[in-house]
Design a binder for this molecule. Structure first.
Ligand SMILES: Cc1cc2nc3c(=O)[nH]c(=O)nc-3n(C[C@H](O)[C@H](O)[C@H](O)COP(=O)(O)OP(=O)(O)OC[C@H]3O[C@@H](n4cnc5c(N)ncnc54)[C@H](O)[C@@H]3O)c2cc1C
Length: 418
């Protein structure tokens, strides 16, 4: 009989139910424990599921369902403050389109699939402590109840409790120097509904896309040295935010117009956006991290949810094939760490550009133009990120319970090669 038969999955966001589904496919029984008493239906904004995320979701049989709730994106267009394109990144050949969607729709699909497989999702179960023996691990929840299984998986997000239980010195997320705002505008704008536009303005960055009804939606990143909580950001009247946005984007095309025509009721202020420094310890004993608790690349990557699902699937594959949890977790970390760290570093550089002052920003736009003309093909820049596939059917072998060496797993393979 196999050694690892059951798992406690802490966190019922996206990575939690996705991990439980992957474990179910691997023949391991999982129960998901979520801190909040109610579901997260209707909560959250828009996020992007990239082709590599869809590849991972396909292993769970969810790629079609997820594509069905998204707006397909076939191109990314980077433009300067005058609206002049610097670079156009078409969809890479052989890969599915990226999909832009409401976080709550994705949550509904992943959660619904888990429930349909008979996976239990328990609410009002906030993990507060763990107790580990040689053969099992017990979770204690805030309501005093407990649950025991062979392993415990922390899918409890960027403010993870499991991360702290693994390592009391684990890093905390910290503000990345930007304030996030989003909204819709009542404006007719030329462009495609299957592209997303990134504008590096003179003073700040703005992204937008045309929704299927043609109405533009946008997200703004305002450089700010001061931390602001979501509650503080929401306490500021919308008209004040619109004035600040108007000043920031004055003279930028089409950012200035998008803000001038913003629909006030649609404007959402999120406060400071977070970045998670590299987490040194992903695992200890029978505990391991998955998703944002282990790696939360900042929003500039457009990879948060895609990497979370990749990790969910890879972790289940390791637990399927390796009987000793410490060896399975070591294998999982070796397979994942290098890739997620590299993507996080790339996103951090993009964020630095967004938070830079006008002179540095103009210089970086110039460097980008030169790079595009000389060496930066879309395949080179994004192929290794978006073309990534997990080979679910190949058994994992040859790993030992050592400290991870940084494995080279981030290999770009054209989709036609498989
Ligand atoms: C309500 C919500 C809205 C979001 N909206 C967006 C968005 O608009 N755009 C975007 O790009 N990303 C958004 N995210 C983040 C995005 O979902 C993640 O970056 C990504 O999907 C990876 O998911 P995750 O499951 O690792 O983390 P999360 O989606 O953050 O899920 C973690 C879950 O763990 C639960 N949890 C935390 N601590 C405990 C504990 N001690 N015990 C039990 N459960 C616990 C949380 O309540 C949460 O449900 C949102 C997250 C949440 C929770």
């Amino acid at each position: 009989m196999r050694n690892i038969q059951s798992a406690l999955v802490i966190g019922g966001g996206i990575a939690g139910p996705a991990t439980a589904l992957a474990l179910h496919k691997a023949g391991i029984r999982a129960t998901v424990y979520e801190a909040y008493s109610s579901t997260a239906d209707g909560l959250g904004g828009m996020l992007m599921v990239a082709p590599n995320g869809l590849n991972a979701l396909a292993i769970l049989g969810l790629d079609q369902a997820v594509s069905g709730i998204g707006q397909p994106i076939k191109a990314m267009v980077m433009a300067d403050a005058c609206g002049k394109p610097i670079m156009q990144v078409p969809a890479l050949p052989g890969l599915p389109d990226s999909q832009l969607m409401w976080r709550s729709d994705l949550y509904r699909v992943v959660r619904g699939a888990a429930t349909a497989q008979g996976i239990h999702l328990e609410h009002a179960k906030r993990l507060v402590a763990v107790h580990e023996t040689d053969t099992a691990i017990t979770a204690t929840f805030e309501d005093g109840t407990t649950a025991t299984a062979d392993v415990l998986i922390g899918a409890d997000g960027i403010h993870s409790t499991v991360r702290k239980l693994i390592d009391s010195e684990a890093p905390e997320p910290r503000p990345d120097g930007l304030l996030g705002l989003g909204g819709e505008s009542d404006l007719e704008l030329p462009g495609r509904t299957d592209a997303i536009y990134f504008v590096q303005g003179k003073r700040a960055f703005l992204g937008y896309w045309l929704q299927p009804n043609g109405r533009p939606a946008w997200f703004a990143n305002l450089p700010s040295k001061q931390y602001m909580s979501t509650a503080e950001a929401r306490s500021i009247p919308t008209r004040d935010w619109l004035t600040r946005l108007g000043d920031t984007y004055a003279g930028d095309v089409p950012a200035e117009q998008l803000i001038a025509h913003a629909i006030p009721e649609s404007v959402l202020a999120l406060g400071s956006t977070d970045m998670l420094p590299e987490v040194p310890h992903w695992r200890r004993g029978r505990m391991v991290l998955v998703g944002d608790s282990a790696h939360a690349p900042n929003h500039s990557s457009g990879q948060g949810v895609s990497l979370a699902v990749e990790s969910s699937v890879e972790l289940a594959r390791c637990l399927r094939d390796i009987d000793d949890p410490s060896v399975a977790f070591a294998a999982y970390e070796q397979l994942r760490r290098q890739r997620v760290t590299r993507i996080a570093a790339q996103a951090a550089r993009a964020n630095q550009r967004k938070a830079a002052g006008p002179i540095a920003s103009a210089l970086m736009t110039l460097m980008m133009r030169v790079a595009v003309k000389t060496f930066a093909s879309p395949e080179k820049m994004f192929g290794w990120v978006q073309g990534y596939r997990i080979d679910w059917d190949t058994p994992i072998q040859g790993y030992a319970a050592q400290e991870p060496t940084r494995a080279a797993s981030a290999v770009w393979e054209p989709a036609t090669a498989k």
